[in-house]
Design a binder for this molecule. Structure first.
Ligand SMILES: Cc1cc2nc3c(=O)[nH]c(=O)nc-3n(C[C@H](O)[C@H](O)[C@H](O)COP(=O)(O)OP(=O)(O)OC[C@H]3O[C@@H](n4cnc5c(N)ncnc54)[C@H](O)[C@@H]3O)c2cc1C
Length: 400
């Protein structure tokens, strides 16, 4: 009888889980596996590009690819996981609820921005975490062009100086100039809790971030916390008041809330702790992948980060292993020893580093070319062609 793998989510990890499972079934000449992806739409949203202009274009359709690989897509959102009954109940866009069974479940629902209970944050802060919220920000910036030039209009405050905050802040000077004109004095201020800019990076990388910020005129408020946000700006814990029509929240992410439905161990970001085959201990039929998984990448104590780079590989292993378990094949332990960081630094260029110690290998336009190759090509879905897609889905094939 046919066995079913249900993958919840069609982002980087969900898409690659599905292709990888289909690949193994094809390699085994098996028509015993049914592969289904459940997500709100048969598309991949390219979240790493949400700090860029024209955000609506960063969506890649998946229907042709899924059809080519006999992957079924269900359009809806999972609401409840029953690991005892091995079912997922989900709601479609008309509000109808359906219950779908599985033999293996792969949870690939990604992550969401963390929004702490800061006064005014929910009402007044923008974010670029999801396509819709990034579109709201873009429309807001467009609308500001028609407003009189004031310090508040011309100032953007980015709360949080992590990966997303840095890429957005360094991109903003050009985005503001394009709207308000070259002669308008604009300001971009990053409010960061840490003592140094880019605190989670190596010293070499931090130096580059500082240099690029200075060249672009991006200011950093370090050791700074946000006390309150309102329609006219932000008040810092120090009492400093910054007048701004645009306060953007980028501080902190956590795994999708569905991770909390499972009776399993989670880390501080709500990610499910998985074993080396990406199964959840105590729930062997359930795999977590991408941003929902806390997984060891090597024997050196490194763990996967909430990045595309990890989500893509985690997806390939999760799909392979879920299929392997149904086809009675030995699974592959998840391994991802190589790690690179490529940060866009707007008009200054970019920085590219290799290794967990983040040795800087290139900067400025040379690194920008790498960044563009990654975000405009490497992370996009493969062609809707079995040979091409299956070759790319091999978990053991070289990735970065
Ligand atoms: C602004 C921004 C910039 C980033 N920059 C970088 C970068 O430069 N480099 C990098 O490596 N990473 C970057 N990341 C992180 C990267 O985007 C994530 O790590 C990656 O998207 C995780 O992949 P995923 O498959 O786990 O989740 P996602 O890609 O988020 O996919 C989740 C999927 O689950 C679906 N889903 C959600 N809820 C449900 C539900 N209830 N039922 C069914 N489906 C559901 C969604 O629709 C989506 O299809 C960035 C993220 C953001 C937001």
């Amino acid at each position: 009888m046919k066995k079913h793998i249900l993958i919840v989510g069609s982002g980087f990890s969900g898409m690659w889980s599905a292709i990888s499972a289909a690949r193994l079934a094809a390699l085994q000449n098996s028509d015993e596996l049914g592969i289904t992806v459940l997500s709100p739409a048969p598309e991949l949203r390219v979240r790493p590009r949400f700090y860029e202009e024209n955000v609506s274009g960063f969506v890649a359709p998946l229907t042709e690819l899924f059809t080519e690989l006999n992957i079924v897509h269900l359009e809806g959102s999972a609401e409840c996981i029953d690991t005892k009954g091995k079912t997922v109940s989900w709601r479609d866009k008309h509000g109808r609820t359906t219950v779908t069974g599985y033999d293996r479940l792969i949870l690939a629902t990604g992550s969401q921005a963390k929004r702490p209970p800061i006064a005014g944050l929910a009402e007044f802060a923008f974010d670029i975490d999801q396509l819709e919220s990034a579109q709201v920000l873009e429309r807001h910036l467009d609308a500001l062009s028609a407003q009189p030039s004031t310090p508040a209009r011309n100032t953007v405050v980015v709360c949080g100086g992590g990966f997303t905050g840095i890429e957005l802040a360094t991109e903003l000077p050009a985005r503001l100039r394009a709207r308000f004109g070259e002669d308008t004095k604009t300001k971009v201020i990053v409010v960061e809790r840490g003592a140094v800019a880019g605190g989670r990076y190596s010293e070499a990388l931090r130096d580059v971030i500082t240099e690029a910020s200075a060249a672009l005129g991006v200011e950093w408020r370090l050791n700074a916390g946000v006390d309150a946000i309102d329609a006219e700006g932000v008040t810092l814990k120090s009492g400093e008041r910054i007048a701004s029509a645009t306060v953007i929240w980028t501080a902190g992410v956590q795994a999708h809330p569905l991770t909390q439905q499972l009776d399993a161990e989670r880390d501080g970001q709500s990610r499910l702790r998985v074993n080396e085959t990406l199964q959840i201990p105590g729930l062997p039929d359930v795999y977590a992948t991408g941003d929902t998984a806390h997984a060891r990448t090597d024997d050196e104590g490194n763990t996967a980060l909430m990045t595309c780079q990890h989500a893509i590989q985690l997806g390939k292993f999760a799909g392979h292993n879920a299929a392997a378990s149904l086809l009675n094949i030995e699974p592959y332990p998840y391994r991802q020893v190589n790690y690179v960081t490529c940060l866009d630094l707007g008009g200054w260029g970019a920085v590219y580093s290799e290794g967990w110690d983040q040795q800087v290998k290139s900067v400025r336009q040379e690194a920008k070319k790498i960044k563009i190759a990654i975000t405009n090509e490497l992370i996009y879905p493969p062609a809707a062609d079995r040979k091409v897609a299956f070759a790319a889905a091999d978990p053991l094939a070289k990735f970065v």
